[in-house]
Every structure is written in structure tokens, then in C-alpha cells.
Design a protein around this ligand. Structure first.
Ligand SMILES: Cc1cc2nc3c(=O)[nH]c(=O)nc-3n(C[C@H](O)[C@H](O)[C@H](O)COP(=O)(O)OP(=O)(O)OC[C@H]3O[C@@H](n4cnc5c(N)ncnc54)[C@H](O)[C@@H]3O)c2cc1C
Length: 342
């Protein structure tokens, strides 16, 4: 008989669970139901008890590790907190969001518990025991793993489950005591880029992809890189979309090492040698839609493309809708409509 622990943590407010944590809770509730297993939810954060109300409706046993030591992510304290939650829950299966906070400590915690860990899990099943699905070889091969080793830690990829959305209520929470190790790392503050500079937004509904066509000679025989940059940034500001790039565009460098479009880096690159983001919709612009690029669109729900080329890869069955049009004109019009609406 399995016992399931879902490890969760709070967001930057200190008293609410992150979206990825709520997704892990959904996965835990579903798996516990399928296996008729007992479910425990462990919460880590400065005010973990306050965050518990959001998952009270699960009916799960709720454990919390709270205090100033957990106000900031830090290996020593987070690992000690998660270890204490795992020991209190005595779970055979531990589910956790694959957030940067937990990805950093989960393998260490699994080792302390004498357990085993698998990461990037996208789905769980319960036929003939627990099965965990993940992708290999740059999202080309999907495998379902099962293991006899327990406790088995599974880090879930964000966006693979709906966030738990039960009614908030008063929760009965058991506080778990943690013996803190000597803390050598002090967090002095956070420095984050300006909102406009942060173009990769994993939680956005829309992925906007810019291709090399934005920097190519246009029908007037000229290149219009400055205008391209303004159109792209205006669209990102107005729509809240996340910015992806083709390899050809991300590879382009102007004088020195600065990218032709300075807000683009290889972190934006989507595809075989780039990322495989998850968004409900995607809009590709000035991109040819070649296979090494489109393979990165595997988890995009609805695909649209704007290209001048009626024979581009997108028109060959890789997009749901293709506009054979000039992206400069289309995006200027779209931005004007969005501006008017806002
Ligand atoms: C091993 C390997 C790995 C690779 N990995 C990746 C990867 O991870 N990601 C990736 O992206 N690529 C990858 N590539 C490269 C990939 O094969 C393509 O070369 C690349 O995706 C092409 O980029 P692009 O479509 O932006 O540029 P181009 O092929 O130059 O296409 C530009 C397009 O813009 C259109 N266009 C121009 N002006 C306009 C306009 N005004 N309006 C509308 N459309 C316009 C043109 O018609 C053209 O279709 C890889 C290749 C190899 C060999």
C-alpha cells in the first residue's frame, strides 16, 4: 500500500502556495484516488500554516515547516525542512514541483531518506503499480518508468497538471519541528531584471516566436531591424506573451557580441538545440518552420504562423493556421488593436 506525500512551497508573498505546487497537489490527489492511498501535503515556507487553507479541501493530512529560516530558498535550510516533512509523513511516493527551489534540494533529500529520484515527470499512472512518464532525447521519445525503490521522489514539470482549485477553508495543520544545520549562506536581497527585460515567461498563455526574417531584407530592399525590435517588444508588453526565437535569429550577432535584437539570447531559442516550452498557444513570425525548430513546439496547444513564404514548413501541416502575410504589417495592426483595447 503506497502512502503519498506532496511537497509544496510558498511563493514570494510567503503565505500562498506557488502555482506549480498547486499542480503537484492535483497530481497527488489524482494518484491517491487511483491507488486508494493516503495523502499527506507538506508545506515549506515562512508562513506555511497560512498557505494551508488553499489545500484544505483535499482532506489530506497537512504538515508544515514554518519560520524565518524558510523565508528564502537556501540549500541547507530547505533540505532540512523537506527532510523533516518526509520523515514525518513516512511516505513511499513523494511528489514535488520541479521548481528551482525544489530542484536544488530534492536529490539531496532523496539521498538522505535512502530513496530514489526521477525528474521532469509529465504524467503519473497507476496500472500495475505507479508509473511515471517523462520524455527523453529532446522530447522525441516518451517513456513510462516504474521502480521498486522506495521512497520514490518524482519532480513534476510545470504545466502538466491543472492547479488545485478547491474551496479555501480552515485547515488543521501539524507543525513539524526542524533541527536546523549551521547556516553559512545569508540572503541579502534579490536583484531581478526589469519586467520589460524579462522576456521568457513560462506562465504566459502565449509563446511569440521571432524568426530570422525580422532581420532580412524586406520587399523595399532594406532591412528594418530597429522597427522589428520595437514591434516585438510592444507586442510582448501589450500581450504578456513569452518570447521565443529561432536558432538563426538567436545566432545573429552585430558588432561585438551583442545580438542584433539586443533583448534576445540563446535562452530564448526554441527547438532541437533550444527549449521545449509549454504554452496554450504559439504565434510564429518571420520563421520558416523547419523541423529542428518545430520540434520545440511539441507542447504548444494551438500553433499559428505568419510567413511570407507559402511553401514554408508551417504550411506543410506544422501549424493549425498560417497567415501568408508580411509580419511587419500584421504585428503593427495587432499592436494597434491591443493598444486600443488597453
Ligand atoms: C543540428 C541542428 C540543430 C538545430 N536546432 C535548432 C533549434 O533548436 N532551433 C531552431 O530554431 N533552429 C534549429 N536549427 C536550424 C533550423 O534548421 C533552421 O535553420 C532555423 O530554424 C531557421 O530559422 P528561421 O526560420 O528563423 O530563418 P530562415 O530559414 O531564414 O527563415 C526566415 C523566414 O522569414 C520569412 N520572412 C521574411 N520576412 C518576412 C516578413 N516580413 N513577414 C513574414 N515572414 C517573413 C521568410 O519567408 C522565411 O520563411 C538546427 C539545425 C541543425 C542542423
Amino acid at each position: 500500500m503506497e502512502t503519498i506525500l506532496v511537497l509544496t512551497h510558498v511563493d514570494e508573498t510567503g503565505s500562498a502556495l506557488t502555482k506549480a505546487s498547486l499542480e503537484a497537489v492535483t497530481a497527488g490527489v489524482e494518484l491517491a484516488r487511483q491507488l486508494s492511498a493516503t495523502l499527506t501535503i507538506g508545506i515549506l515556507g515562512v508562513d506555511a500554516t497560512a498557505a494551508a487553507g488553499a489545500v484544505a479541501a483535499t482532506g489530506a493530512r497537512l504538515l508544515a515547516v514554518s519560520g524565518e529560516a524558510f523565508a528564502q530558498p537556501r540549500y541547507a535550510t530547505d533540505a532540512a525542512g523537506c527532510e523533516a516533512l518526509c520523515r514525518a509523513a513516512q511516505a513511499s511516493i513523494v511528489l514535488a514541483p520541479g521548481s528551482s527551489r525544489f530542484t536544488r534540494v530534492a536529490a539531496g533529500v532523496a539521498h538522505r531518506l535512502g530513496g530514489f529520484i526521477d525528474t521532469h515527470i509529465t504524467a503519473l499512472s497507476s496500472n500495475d503499480g505507479v508509473g511515471a512518464t517523462r520524455w527523453f532525447y529532446r522530447q522525441r521519445v516518451e517513456a513510462t518508468i516504474s521502480r521498486d525503490a522506495r521512497p520514490w521522489f518524482l519532480l513534476l514539470d510545470a504545466g502538466t497538471h491543472a492547479p488545485f482549485a478547491g474551496e479555501s477553508g480552515a485547515a488543521q495543520v501539524e507543525a513539524v519541528a526542524v533541527t536546523l544545520p549551521t547556516v553559512r549562506t545569508t540572503v541579502e536581497g534579490l536583484r531581478s531584471p526589469m519586467r520589460d527585460a524579462q522576456t521568457i515567461r513560462p506562465d504566459a498563455r502565449l509563446l511569440f516566436v521571432a524568426g530570422a526574417g525580422w532581420t532580412k531584407k524586406q520587399p523595399d530592399g532594406q532591412i528594418h531591424v530597429a522597427e522589428a525590435g520595437e514591434l516585438i517588444l510592444a507586442f510582448l508588453r501589450l500581450s504578456g506573451a513569452s518570447l521565443g526565437s529561432s536558432k538563426s535569429l538567436a545566432d545573429q550577432k552585430a558588432e561585438g557580441e551583442q545580438s542584433v535584437l539586443p533583448f534576445l539570447t540563446h535562452m530564448n531559442q526554441v527547438g532541437q538545440t533550444g527549449s521545449t516550452p509549454r504554452h496554450a498557444k504559439g504565434l510564429s513570425t518571420c520563421c520558416h518552420g523547419e523541423e529542428p525548430h518545430v520540434v520545440g513546439w511539441r507542447f504548444i496547444g494551438e500553433r499559428r504562423a505568419i510567413s511570407l513564404d507559402p511553401n514554408c514548413g508551417w504550411t506543410r501541416g506544422k501549424a493549425d493556421v498560417v497567415y501568408i502575410a508580411d509580419a511587419f504589417q500584421v504585428m503593427a495592426k495587432v499592436n494597434a488593436l491591443l493598444e486600443a483595447r488597453s
